[in-house]
Write a protein that binds this ligand. Structure first.
Ligand SMILES: NC(=O)c1ccc[n+]([C@@H]2O[C@H](COP(=O)([O-])OP(=O)(O)OC[C@H]3O[C@@H](n4cnc5c(N)ncnc54)[C@H](O)[C@@H]3O)[C@@H](O)[C@H]2O)c1
Length: 251
């Protein structure tokens, strides 16, 4: 049985992370809402608090080891030992390979992969002590390859290998690790992509929806629902899996 009901969600100021944080709060978790600054976490925290839940705003760059340690300590001190971690923080720096800079590459690797590594390494200290834990990492359908995303695709494929390895290493401590790989989800991230390629967002979404078997784009809540299951106690025999949340099958 879980010893504590404390979750950390990174990149939770907006988009998928905010929806996951709100959903986990509704499920009864006290939620550490982590994003680049404490200030930009306030909206998510206010929404959770107004709905009767418990949340704490924590400013941290997930790719910075010191800030990660301080963030996890703050959550542990104020809310209790975190047993659930959702590694959701992410960024895009899309470009075709010949135009991709080293900074574009490094930044994407650092936020997704180094960030998930640092957060997981810090949180597993609490999880192993509690002999219970749930880790959910955000991958993407782009892990299967996507034009203009050599950096992001490599990072999201890396998240899958990372997840499976955590599942193998941490299983004996009652900890599961799974990945969610969303397809097109309507957030600021996909809006920025539409802006970058010069297409109106509504048209961009329509175009995407036409190619999706369920004929709609995803919403952050579609991802939050799957995260809610994966972090639940009853999901304890599901580990090392990659669940595509994309409105249809993936190759
Ligand atoms: N939107 C999609 O279609 C989609 C599809 C597949 C996967 N994903 C993944 O889901 C996750 C969330 O995506 P989203 O669409 O909600 O994006 P978003 O851009 O709306 O939100 C990302 C959040 O992460 C935060 N963040 C960025 N760098 C950070 C850092 N170094 N430290 C802490 N926080 C940081 C941002 O401030 C932002 O609040 C990402 O990992 C993304 O790659 C999104």
């Amino acid at each position: 049985m879980a010893q504590s009901r404390v979750a950390i969600v990174t990149g939770a100021a907006r988009g998928i992370g905010a929806a996951v944080a709100k959903r986990l709060a509704k499920d009864g978790f006290a939620v550490g809402v982590v994003d680049l600054t404490e200030d930009n976490c306030k909206e998510t925290v206010a929404a959770i608090t107004e709905a009767g839940g418990t949340a704490l705003a924590v400013g941290a760059d997930v790719s910075n080891a010191e800030q990660v340690a301080a963030a996890v300590n703050k959550v542990a001190d104020r809310l209790g030992a975190p047993t659930v971690l959702v590694n959701n923080a992410g960024i895009l720096r899309d470009n075709l390979l010949f135009k991709m800079s080293e900074d574009d590459w490094d930044l994407v690797m650092n936020v997704h992969l180094r960030g998930a590594f640092l957060m997981s390494r810090e949180v597993q200290k609490h999880q192993t002590q509690e002999n219970y834990g749930r880790i959910v990492n955000l991958s993407s359908t782009s892990a299967l390859g996507n034009r203009g995303q050599a950096n992001y695709s490599a990072a999201k494929a890396g998240m899958q290998g990372f997840t499976k390895t955590l599942a193998i290493e941490l299983g004996k401590f009652g900890i599961t690790a799974n990945a969610i790989a969303p397809g097109f989800i309507e957030t600021d991230m996909t809006a920025a992509t539409a802006a970058r390629v010069g297409v109106d967002f509504d048209q961009f979404k329509e175009g995407a929806a036409a190619a999706i078997p369920v004929r709609r784009v995803g919403q952050p809540e579609d991802v939050a629902a799957v995260a809610s299951f994966l972090v639940s106690e009853e999901a304890g025999f599901v580990s090392g899996q990659v669940i595509y949340v994309a409105g249809g099958p993936q190759d």
